[in-house]
Each structure stands twice: as C-alpha cells, then as structure tokens.
Design a protein around this ligand. Structure first.
Ligand code: PGA
Length: 263
C-alpha cells in the first residue's frame, strides 16, 4: 500500500514569530526543487502560525507550490466561547493550518489530558477538515512491566472510537514511546517496527484491514539525522514526528533527506 511519508516538526514551546521567520528563511531554500516524495509539516507555537502562514503563502505565490504544510500543536474540543486560553479548529483553519497534533504525551502528563478529551479533540479537528496527528505511546515503566499492548490498545481504541472510515484515513497516528521523547534514547528500529505493526493490527481490529493498510503511522522520540534512514526503512513506519532535532533547519532537512532515502 502506497502511504506518503510525513516528516513533521513539533517545535513545542520554541520559536516565536521572529525565530520562525529566521528558520524558514534558511529551511525553505534547502528544500526548494528537491521534490521529496513526502509531506513536510511544521507545527510552531500558536503565536507563530500567522507568520508561517504568511511566509508560506508568499513562497508558494512565486513558485510552483511548496511542500510545507502547517500544523498546530493542539486544538480545543469546543467550537467557541468561554474557554480561556483555548484555540478553536476554525481559527486554525483561518490560518491555513492543515494538521493538528492531539494527545501529545506532554499534554497527557503535564496537562492531564484524558483519552476522552483527546478523542473529542480528534473529532473536532475532523469537523474542520484538519488532519489530526494523534499521539500514543507507553512509558518506560509500562513497557518494562509488559503493558505495551494494553496501553496502546486502550489509547488507539479510545482515540479512534466510532470514527467514520474516511476520518480514520485522514488521521495520522504518531507512535511516540514516552521514554524516547527528548531523552536522546531512540527506540531501536526493531522495537519501533514491532510497536507500529501492533498499532496497525489494532486499527485493523477496529476499522478493518483496508483502513489499517492505508493509515499513516509516524514514529517520534529522539529522531535525528543519524537514525532517520534506519527507522524509515521499517515497513510500518510512515514518517517521523520530530521535536528537538527539528529546531535547526539543517538537522530537520537532513532527517527528511535521509528519511526519504536520498544519498
Ligand atoms: P523529540 O520529541 O524528537 O525531541 O524526542 C518528539 C516529540 O515529542 O514529538
């Protein structure tokens, strides 16, 4: 099954509008004309979305289109109203956002987001035609106590519960073992492949073999230029969600280049 890879940058709480501009001035010329067979997504902080959307609009006006898509790091599960600090999916659409990360482990742990809330955000993102980047993953303690399958199975089932087949296919799953995020410890390609195959089989159980063979599953957790090619060579890995190593233009570019198998 032909699944177009995605390389997504999750900048977390880094880079306001001016640093976003500096990054793009360096990064866009690197990818210009490369015609990588993948989608590139950048998810800056909310306040930098107008800047990235303006720069990408100008860049595509002068060329034959550019492959960078805009992502948000989160979205509200509500439409509008008295939700201080929240940002709605419709506001994101207005800024040309196409992807929204939901259920990142930092939000699950630091903000205490539940599977139920994450499911509501995922549904709301689809209402606005955003593609959710739905994050799942186990902690080290859970892995070591043999709970990998139970944890992933609960997260996948709760997140994708009752979705239309079309919405499942527009969702991108990101498997990010919590112990590999920001630690410099990457899952081995064998560990990552095993977890991705498990996630794909869980999707098959819930939504059928066809959806499972078409849904894209990204790996995240200390992806770097040095390990991108090996991870991307795994049959069930369809791209990467990159934190730390996406903050520097050359490093993110190298991840994409090597991840696409370019010499
Ligand atoms: P990392 O973060 O690449 O810095 O480990 C990945 C993520 O949290 O999405």
């Amino acid at each position: 099954m032909n699944r177009k890879p995605i390389f997504a940058a999750n900048w977390k709480m880094n880079k306001g509008p001016s640093e976003t501009e500096i990054f793009l001035k360096s990064f866009l010329p690197k990818i210009h004309g490369q015609d990588f067979p993948c989608e590139i997504v950048i998810a800056p902080p909310f306040v930098s979305l107008p800047k990235i959307s303006e720069i990408l609009r100008d860049a595509s006006a002068g060329s034959d289109g550019q492959p960078v898509r805009i992502g948000a790091q989160d979205c509200s599960c509500h439409d509008a109203g008295a939700y201080t600090g929240e940002v709605s999916v419709f506001m994101l659409r207005e800024l040309l956002v196409q992807y929204a990360i939901v259920g990142h482990s930092e939000r699950r742990t630091i903000q205490g987001e539940s599977d139920t809330l994450i499911h509501a955000k995922l549904r709301k993102a689809r209402e606005a035609m955003l593609k959710p980047v739905f994050c799942i993953g186990e902690t080290l303690a859970q892995r070591e106590s043999g709970e990998l399958e139970r944890v992933l199975s609960t997260q996948v089932a709760e997140g994708l519960r009752g979705l239309d087949p079309k919405d499942v296919l527009e969702t991108v799953i990101a498997y990010e073992p919590v112990w590999a995020i920001g630690t410099g410890v990457t899952a081995s390609s064998a560990q990552a492949q095993e977890a991705h195959a498990l996630v794909r089989s869980l999707v098959a159980g819930l939504h059928g073999a066809d959806a499972a063979s078409r849904v894209r599953i990204l790996y995240g957790g200390s992806v770097k230029p040095d390990n991108a090619a090996e991870l991307m060579a795994c049959p069930d890995i369809d791209g990467a969600l990159v934190g730390g190593a996406s903050l520097e233009p050359q490093s993110f570019f190298e991840i994409i280049r090597r991840g696409c198998g370019r010499p």
